[in-house]
Design a protein around this ligand. Structure first.
Ligand SMILES: CC(C)(COP(=O)(O)OP(=O)(O)OC[C@H]1O[C@@H](n2cnc3c(N)ncnc32)[C@H](O)[C@@H]1OP(=O)(O)O)[C@@H](O)C(=O)NCCC(=O)NCCS
Length: 170
């Protein structure tokens, strides 16, 4: 049941199809224009199509997320967005849980994200950490970010090789 009280069909999380790159770009651009997410062009999304996953709800594309591979088993969860008007009914959670499962399947040692939604990520099993742990991210993307001098994002992470790691709900 959603916060509104309506019953919602559970979203399906699956790999992006190349024909959907324009729709994903539009979802991301909505938030990028509000400086919530980094810009990603349709061409950039197409070039990295294999790293994207989408949530489909009642046959409609409702959100997206990307799983970027760095070296040494380090992966980043990025470009997480739920279509405007579809928030608060479990689509973001389904995308994050889908990407956690995919990262584990690919043998990730650690998954991280930079976010202002720390509470949401905590609920999904992530812990806040010092962002300087992720210099690859800081050098590659932060230099291009309009908020680089007033950044309020927190680094959050899941370490899969921690002995005491247990997946949320597991
Ligand atoms: C952050 C974002 C992805 C969350 O997506 P979402 O679909 O709203 O997330 P969910 O619905 O799974 O969870 C949101 C809340 O609803 C609750 N919820 C989840 N499933 C629910 C359900 N079936 N019924 C009712 N409530 C539910 C969650 O507990 C969560 O509560 P919280 O706000 O107290 O943390 C979305 O708001 C978004 O696109 N934001 C803009 C871009 C952004 O900030 N991206 C993150 C940068 S890394």
């Amino acid at each position: 049941m959603a916060k509104s009280g309506k019953t919602i069909t559970k979203p399906i999380v699956r790999p992006l199809r190349e024909s959907e790159c324009g729709e994903v770009a539009a979802i991301l651009q909505y938030y990028a224009s509000r400086e919530v997410l980094l810009w990603r062009t349709q061409a950039d999304i197409l070039a990295h199509a294999e790293s994207f996953f989408v949530a489909e709800e009642s046959g409609r594309l409702a959100g997206c997320v990307a799983l970027q591979n760095y070296r040494g088993g380090l992966y980043e969860l990025r470009s997480l967005a739920v279509r405007e008007g579809a928030a608060g009914r479990g689509i973001g959670t389904a995308l994050v849980q889908g990407v956690i499962a995919e990262a584990r399947r690919r043998g990730a040692r650690q998954l991280f994200a930079l976010t202002t939604r720390t509470g949401f990520f905590r609920k999904n099993g992530f812990k806040p950490v010092n962002r300087e742990q992720f210099p690859q991210k800081v050098w590659k993307d932060c230099q291009l970010c309009p908020r680089r001098d007033c950044c309020d994002e927190v680094a959050v992470t899941i370490c899969f090789d921690e002995k005491n790691f247990s997946p949320p709900g597991g």
